[in-house]
Design a protein around this ligand. Structure first.
Ligand code: THG
Length: 264
């Protein structure tokens, strides 16, 4: 599993305040906590806290002063991604492109040039998909464009777009079926990722919904998630799901073994 820490996001009040007051310590606290919890990447997203590219660079540099964990550059603005990628010390993930031709034409070459990975959101100008086939079609478009222009399957992350269970209940099942079909796109397949916390937005049983949804997605073929990496039960559930699917060798201390094998 590839775990991407979601917490350095201007949607959280403490991060928003940190950006506006230029208080590095809060950003660095979450960089450290998430890295210690096992994050493979740290998602950095400004949310609505600012619209200045300098503030975004400041966030990334604050993270990189503290930890060596690579960055997931979470922005829908080309200019932000292009500036951010230049300061990344390790090959980042670009989060994200959509299936729109102009976005693909802009972002795939940026990923190729910087040896970065690229998340492709399975949506386009017409909006978010409403069924399995729309998701698969958009995913296939992103995948084939990225391969044609020089990315390897291992650098491509397809994101079938997670919507809140509370408001769009049928979408969760459509998404899981789309994940299953993405695994058939190629051999080896691309990575498949979700922004996990979207599923439980505004719900009362957030942690339970996140955990069960993640387990079901992993069973269908998911191998990456942007999530609350500090939720130890969540990560242990994901690792256990992979053990049950025979993706790692069982031992009584498999959780410890898994975590130690990934310690940087
Ligand atoms: N796919 C990709 N990138 C993404 C997403 C995705 N990036 C952003 C988002 N979705 C993933 N990150 C988060 C971070 C936080 C929350 C949800 C997704 C979250 N926040 C609380 C809420 O909305 O209730 C509120 C924050 C607070 O407590 O103040 O749940 O899908 N590629």
């Amino acid at each position: 599993m590839i775990f991407i820490g979601e917490r350095i996001n201007g949607g959280f009040k403490d991060i928003k305040r940190a950006i506006q007051e230029k208080d590095k310590s809060i950003i660095q606290h979450w960089a450290k906590i998430q890295t210690e919890a096992g994050a493979d990447y740290l998602d950095v997203n400004m949310g609505a806290a600012s619209n200045k590219v300098d503030d975004f660079i400041w966030m990334i540099e604050a993270v990189q002063e503290t930890v060596e964990t690579p960055i997931s550059i979470d922005s829908n603005k080309l200019a932000f991604i292009e500036s951010a990628i230049k300061v990344c010390k390790h090959p980042p993930i670009i989060n994200s492109t959509t299936a729109d031709k102009e976005k693909l034409d802009q972002l795939i070459p940026v990923a190729v040039e910087h040896n970065a990975s690229l998340i492709g959101l399975c949506m386009d100008k017409k909006g978010a998909p409403q069924d399995v086939n729309q998701r698969v079609e958009l995913g296939a478009t992103i995948f084939s464009e990225a391969i044609d222009k020089g990315l390897s399957p291992d650098q491509i992350f397809l994101d079938p777009v997670t919507m809140p269970l509370k408001f769009l209940q049928p979408q969760a099942y459509h998404l899981i079926e789309a994940v299953r079909q993405f695994t058939l796109l190629s051999s080896p397949p691309p990575h498949i990722i979700v922004g996990l916390s979207n599923i439980s937005s505004k719900a009362s049983e957030m942690k339970l919904i996140n955990r069960v949804f993640l387990i079901m997605c992993i069973e269908a073929g998911l191998d990456a998630t942007i999530c609350d990496v500090t939720d130890e039960e969540l990560l242990n559930s994901a690792i256990t799901t992979e053990i049950i699917l025979n993706k790692h060798i069982y031992s009584d201390s498999y959780i410890k073994a898994y975590r130690e094998s990934r310690r940087k």
